[in-house]
Design a protein around this ligand. Structure first.
Ligand code: SF4
Ligand code: MG
Length: 314
């Protein structure tokens, strides 16, 4: 609720923070139990920062995170019930540990079960993530990228969490493996009644896996609502650009890719007015003032084109 995260930027001359980067700017959203909520945006949109805030790796500068109605971290089990899966399994798996000790670590830390019981649990979870039981003795370097990401998923599931925060879990994988991983994540979500916060830069993945989505740009939510409605009929010019920049197999549609032109501005010096103003093909005078996130029909949109609350023909 109203999450803001600022990072101090060291001044190179005086060595003390004189400027702040606002990575997340007054972001609010709700994740339904058993649902899949996606955060989508390009790099620098603040999506990974939000993930780290949810997991308690960062503290918010202002705003709060509620878990089952209470400020998160109030009960000891909150952070055990929330697990994170990272983009790059090579960076998140210890190369000196075998698969058994990587996966069982959570159980050991929380003193759950003796060695035999922990081994049994690890074998069962290997079945769930579609890895052969013989994988238990292997080391990360003996596994493929997809197998390594399955090990990270197994590790995150071993403590029977309720919420998984997945930060681009497929983007380091070969394209051929990405679809399998998405299917696995979808199956696990149903099997273990998990709730997902799914972070990606790819709207195509959003439409496959999630029910609700927030589109982020420079730390701001630009459009938020039900995925099928937003994909069918994106209202925000940025969402329209993201959707149209999904590679088109049909070359006659190529022109649409040109909508998202220009560089993302530096979050250190964000544009005045609408955050998207420097790249927006529909910018007009009113955009010099930052728009509020307003209800438009079945969703919320931050854009002056919808100031009247109705559907713009733009
Ligand atoms: Fe574009 Fe203006 Fe809407 Fe921002 S407020 S997205 S600049 S039309
Ligand atoms: Mg990121």
């Amino acid at each position: 609720r109203n999450l803001t995260k600022r990072f101090p930027i060291e001044d190179s001359i005086f060595g003390k923070p004189v400027k702040f980067l606002k990575a997340v700017d007054d972001v609010s959203f709700e994740v339904d139990k058993g649902g899949v909520f996606s955060l989508v945006g390009e790099s620098g949109s603040g999506k990974s920062t939000i993930a780290r805030l949810i997991c308690g790796a960062y503290q918010p500068s202002s705003g709060e995170i509620l878990y089952k109605g209470n400020p998160i971290g109030r009960t000891k089990t909150d952070y055990r019930n929330i697990q994170m899966i990272f983009q790059d399994p090579d960076a998140s798996l210890n190369p000196r540990k075998n698969v058994f000790s990587i996966i069982e670590e959570g159980l050991r830390i929380h003193r759950l079960g003796n060695l035999r019981e922990r081994r049994e649990k690890v074998l069962t979870i290997l079945d769930s993530v579609g890895l052969d039981r013989s994988t238990i003795k292997k080391f990360p370097h003996e596994l493929s990228g997809g197998q390594k990401q399955r090990v990270s998923v197994a590790r995150s599931l071993i403590l029977q969490p309720e919420l998984l925060v997945l930060d681009e879990p497929t983007s380091a994988l070969d394209v051929s493996v990405q679809a399998q991983m998405l299917n696995l994540l979808g199956d696990l979500q149903k099997e273990f009644l998990l709730t997902y916060v799914f972070i990606t830069h790819d709207l195509k993945i959003v439409s496959q896996i999630s029910d609700h989505v927030a589109v982020l740009y420079l730390g701001n939510i630009m459009e938020i609502g039900p995925v099928d409605r937003i994909i069918d009929n994106p209202l925000h010019p940025y969402t329209q650009g993201l959707l149209e920049s999904v590679p088109q197999p049909d070359p006659s549609k190529k022109a649409a890719n040109e909508i998202l032109m220009g560089e993302i501005p530096s979050p250190v010096n964000p544009p005045k007015g609408c955050p998207f103003i420097t790249r927006c093909p529909k910018a007009f005078e009113a955009c010099a003032i930052k728009p509020e996130l307003k209800v438009v029909g079945d969703r919320k949109v931050r854009c002056h084109l919808y100031d009247t609350g109705g559907n713009s023909n733009a």
